[in-house]
Design a protein around this ligand. Structure first.
Ligand SMILES: C[S@@+](CC[C@H](N)C(=O)[O-])C[C@H]1O[C@@H](n2cnc3c(N)ncnc32)[C@H](O)[C@@H]1O
Length: 359
């Protein structure tokens, strides 16, 4: 055995696809010299030449063709196994309260857009940083932070392949070039210790049975002195005018449902102690208050209707099925939430944004 490794097969497969050293290096996020070095390594290990270099193009030799065909076959089989494993993983996210519907994709994008300035006015990292975005979903926040930090590279991961595909499409549509996507579980990340300069997490910890385990895993892949930025909501912070016991009830139903699934929709208020307990230092948490009245028509739609009420509505069927609330109570509650956006109403909600350092 010549000790050919999977990374070598990926190189060969990429060269076969794009033809030139320059394009292959770009696609693999490597410098041309690093790529040349690795190709040389493959040739040394095999004891034979696998390419002719003609006018910057790489042409496979007969041995190279053999390796190219084997690479394609092995990688395809591996991808198939990874997809199968993803399907098995899907079982572990079936309890995810918001689900992965088209409505939820729209809601996540509305949410990110309507409060982009409030949440991201200070989501800035030193140029050249390598940043992990854990639980990127459909890329709603990815789009904003990657655009605001064009000099940094983002590795955005999620458990859901369906969401990642949508995220990839959205990033492509927006012509954003500094993001790579990968399937990964935040509790078991496929990265070495201290791999990232910084980490960003938004609206994910609230869904985890053991957020403290996720924080440990994130700390592991963070460089010493690197920062973790976390944004979470807190459904206990919602109050509005006109007040309505039905609306309060329907929000409580969503809280109960999420708690039954092992999550914590009121996690925002716990960010500070959680980050400290997980061993982070220099922890600072700032409340980000969304206040909506008639003078902010974009938030009447973008936040009250399309973000908050859409979220409550989205979990409605399951709350009904689990007998947490009756259909009548739910309809009245949702109607009353919409009412706060119908003229003369107001709405308040607080997000919490924490930044902490790996000491
Ligand atoms: C409410 S969405 C937030 C998505 C995105 N951060 C945003 O703010 O638009 C939560 C995301 O966390 C992902 N998620 C939940 N558990 C996860 C885990 N263990 N590992 C990785 N992602 C996870 C879900 O698949 C979902 O896409």
């Amino acid at each position: 055995m010549a000790n050919i490794e999977i990374r070598h097969l990926k190189l060969i497969d990429t060269v076969a696809e794009v033809g030139s050293l320059k394009n292959a290096a770009e696609k693999l996020f490597l410098t041309q010299s690093a790529l040349s070095h690795q190709l040389k390594e493959i040739e040394t290990r095999l004891g034979t030449q696998i390419f002719y270099r003609v006018n910057n193009q790489l042409i496979f030799t007969t041995s190279g063709k053999e390796l190219r065909d084997a690479s394609k076959e092995i990688l395809e089989r591996l991808e198939q196994a990874e997809n199968n494993i993803q399907e098995i993983n899907q079982d572990s996210i079936k309890d995810y309260i918001h689900g992965y519907s088209e409505e939820e994709t729209i809601r996540l994008n509305d949410q990110a857009n309507s409060i982009a300035e409030l949440l991201h006015c200070d989501s800035k990292w030193v140029e050249g940083s390598l940043i992990l975005e854990a639980g990127c979903g459909v890329g709603a926040q990815t789009r904003i932070i990657a655009k605001n930090n064009p000099g940094s590279t983002f590795v955005s991961v999620d458990l859901s392949t369906t969401s990642l595909k949508k995220a990839e499409e959205s990033i492509k549509e927006n012509d954003i070039k500094n993001v790579r996507f990968s399937t990964a579980d935040i509790l078991n990340l496929p990265f070495k210790d201290g791999h990232f300069d910084h980490i960003f997490v938004c609206f994910v910890l609230e869904h985890l049975l053991h957020p403290e385990k996720a924080l440990q895993e994130l700390k592991r892949v963070l460089k010493p002195k690197g920062t973790l930025m976390v944004i979470e909501g807190d459904h206990g912070s919602a109050y509005f005018y006109p007040d309505s016991s039905s609306a309060q009830k329907v929000i409580r139903a969503q809280v109960t449902l999420q708690q039954q699934k092992g999550g914590n929709p009121n996690i925002g208020r716990q960010l500070y102690p959680m980050l400290l307990d997980s061993g982070f230092t220099d922890v600072s948490v700032s409340p980000r208050n969304v206040y909506v009245d008639d003078s902010k028509p974009e938030l009447l739609d973008g936040f009250i209707k399309n973000t908050f009420t859409a979220m409550i509505k989205g979990a409605g069927e399951e709350a009904l099925a689990n007998k947490i609330i009756s259909k009548e109570e739910m309809n009245t509650g949702i109607n009353d939430l919409y009412n706060t956006a119908q003229g003369g109403g107001t709405f308040c909600y607080t997000f919490f944004k924490g930044v902490a350092v790996k000491g």
